[in-house]
Design a protein around this ligand. Structure first.
Ligand code: ADP
Length: 443
C-alpha cells in the first residue's frame, strides 16, 4: 500500500499556482474572441490558441509531477516542489512572451502581466531564483521588442488600438523598456523582502509551537507518573475496604457500614476519573501509532452487541446500520473501538428511558462516515464550542449525571485526529445529539 506524504505549505502553494493557471487558460480563450470580434483588433488567433492549449497541457503535466512527488516515499518533497515551481514560472514567462509577440509586442498593455509572475516567484522561490526569473523576463521582453524593431521578427500591429509606428519608435521603446525593467526588479525586490519577513515569522512561530509541544509533553509525562501512582494507591485502598464492607473481617454496625460504603463509592469514582486521565495522557504521549489492518465490521459488531444490551437494560430503543461494503480499515483497532464506544456510552448515559439511539456507518472509496444519534438531553448551544475540551461538561449533563469526567469525547477526538479523521457534533437541547466521525480507510 502506497503512503502519500502529507501536503506541506509549499505543495499547497504550488497547487494554488496550478489553480490560478486554469483561470489564465480560460482568460486567454475568452480574450481572443473579445479582442477580435468586439474590439476588431487584428490579432493572430491560431498561434495564440495553440499557446493556450500548450498552457493547458503544461498545467496537467505539473499536476502529474506534484502528485508523483507526493507519492515518492523518502523523496525530498520541498526540493521536488521547488524544481516544479521554477519550471512553471520559467515556462509561464515563455508562454506570456510568445503571446505578447503575437498580439502587438510593445503595443500590448498586457506586458505588465509579467509583474504577476514576479510576485508569484518571490512568494514561491528563493530570492536568488526570483531575481534570475526577473532577468529572464527582461531578456524575453528585450528580445521581442528589439527583434521586432530590427525586423528580425515580424511585428503584429494592434492597428486601431495604438498608432502603427509605436514598435519602431526608438524613444518609445527605450521609455517603455526602462519602466518595464525597473518595475520588474522593484516588484521582485519588494515582494521578496516581504516574503523574507513573513518566512522568518513563520519559522519563529513553528519554533514556538515546537517548544510549546515539548513543554506539553513534559507536563503530560508528569501527569502520567502522578496519575499512575494515584491509581495504584486508590486500587489498594479499594481492595482494603472491600473485604470489610463485605463482612469478611467481621460484622459492622450500621454507622460503620454507611461510612465505609461512602468511602468505597468515593474511591470508585476517583479511580474512574484517574483511569480516564491516565488514558488521555497516554494517548497524548503516543508519538507513533502502531497501525494494522483490521475488519471494521467485525470490531463494530462486538461493540454494538454490548451497547444493545446496555440500551435494553435502560429501556432504550437501539438501532444500527452497518454498510456491508465496509470491511478492512488501517488503524489502531483498540483506539478506534474506544472512541466509538465512548460516544455510544454517552448516548446511553444522556438519553432518558424510552428514548432512541441510532448508529450508522457508511463507506465510500476512502472514508467511513459514522453517525451516532440520540434523542437525549442534548447539548446547550453555549456549551457546543467547548464540548471537545478536556474536563468540559455541559451544565445540563452535570445536573443529570453526577458521574462524569469530561474526558470521554476529548479522548475520542484525539484518537480520530491521530487517524487523520474528523469529528464534529450537532445538537439541540432536550431534543437530539448527533456525533459525526469521518475516518480514513487507509492511513
Ligand atoms: P462525561 O460524559 O464523562 O461528562 P465526555 O467527555 O464523555 O464526559 O462528554 C463531555 C460532555 O459532552 C458531557 O459532560 C456532556 O455535557 C456532553 N455530551 C457528550 N455526549 C453527549 C450526548 N450524547 N448527549 C448530551 N450531551 C453529551
Amino acid at each position: 500500500m502506497k503512503i502519500r506524504q502529507p501536503r506541506d505549505k509549499f505543495s499547497e502553494r504550488v497547487l494554488w499556482l496550478i489553480k490560478l493557471r486554469w483561470l489564465a487558460v480560460l482568460g486567454v480563450f475568452f480574450t481572443v474572441p473579445f479582442a477580435t470580434l468586439f474590439l476588431k483588433l487584428p490579432i493572430k488567433t491560431p498561434p495564440i490558441l495553440i499557446i493556450a492549449v500548450l498552457l493547458f497541457l503544461s498545467n496537467l503535466a505539473y499536476l502529474f509531477l506534484v502528485s508523483r512527488a507526493q507519492k515518492k516515499e523518502g523523496a525530498d518533497l520541498s526540493k521536488a516542489n521547488s524544481k516544479i515551481a521554477n519550471l512553471q514560472i520559467f515556462l509561464d514567462l515563455t508562454f506570456l512572451a510568445t503571446l505578447i509577440h503575437f498580439s502587438g509586442g510593445i503595443e500590448n498593455p498586457f506586458i505588465f502581466y509579467f509583474i504577476f509572475h514576479m510576485i508569484i516567484a518571490s512568494i514561491l522561490l528563493s530570492r536568488k531564483a526570483s531575481f534570475l526569473q526577473a532577468t529572464y523576463s527582461v531578456v524575453l521582453f528585450s528580445l521581442i521588442v528589439f527583434a521586432e524593431y530590427l525586423e528580425v521578427l515580424p511585428h503584429y500591429c494592434l492597428r486601431g488600438f495604438v498608432p502603427a509606428t509605436l514598435h519602431s519608435n526608438i524613444l518609445h521603446i527605450f521609455g517603455v523598456s526602462f519602466v518595464f525593467i525597473s518595475t520588474i526588479y522593484i516588484a521582485v525586490y519588494m515582494a521578496s523582502s516581504i516574503t523574507k519577513i513573513l518566512r522568518k515569522r513563520e519559522k519563529d512561530l513553528e519554533k514556538a509551537n515546537l517548544m510549546l509541544n515539548e513543554k506539553d509533553r513534559i507536563k503530560s509525562e508528569y501527569v502520567l507518573r502522578v496519575t499512575h501512582d494515584i491509581k495504584e494507591h486508590l486500587a489498594a485502598i479499594q481492595s482494603c475496604i472491600e473485604p470489610v464492607t463485605e463482612g469478611i473481617t467481621g460484622s459492622l454496625n450500621e454507622k460503620q457500614k454507611d461510612l465505609l460504603f461512602r468511602a468505597e463509592k468515593r474511591a470508585g469514582k476517583l479511580l474512574f476519573f484517574v483511569r480516564a486521565l491516565l488514558e488521555i495522557t497516554k494517548i497524548k504521549l503516543t508519538r507513533e501509532l502502531k497501525l494494522a489492518e483490521f475488519s471494521f465490521r467485525e470490531s463494530m459488531k462486538g461493540i454494538l452487541e454490548d451497547i444493545n444490551l446496555r440500551a435494553k437494560n435502560k429501556n432504550l430503543n437501539f438501532n444500527f446500520e452497518l454498510d456491508p461494503a465496509i470491511d478492512k480499515v488501517r488503524g489502531v483497532r483498540l483506539y478506534i473501538e474506544e472512541a466509538i464506544l465512548n460516544l455510544l456510552a454517552n448516548s446511553i448515559k444522556y438519553t432518558p428511558e424510552g428514548g432512541e439511539i441510532y448508529f450508522e456507518a457508511k463507506g465510500s472509496k476512502d472514508i467511513i462516515l459514522i453517525k451516532i444519534k440520540d434523542t437525549g438531553i442534548g447539548i446547550p448551544e453555549e456549551d457546543l464550542p467547548h464540548i471537545f475540551d478536556e474536563f468540559y461538561r455541559a451544565s445540563n449533563a452535570k445536573e443529570k449525571e453526577k458521574m462524569g469526567t469530561g474526558l470521554g469525547i476529548s479522548i475520542a477526538k484525539k484518537i480520530i485526529e491521530m487517524h487523520k479523521g474528523r469529528i464534529w457534533v450537532e445538537s439541540e437541547k432536550n431534543k437530539r445529539t448527533v456525533f459525526f466521525i469521518e475516518l480514513p480507510i487507509c492511513l
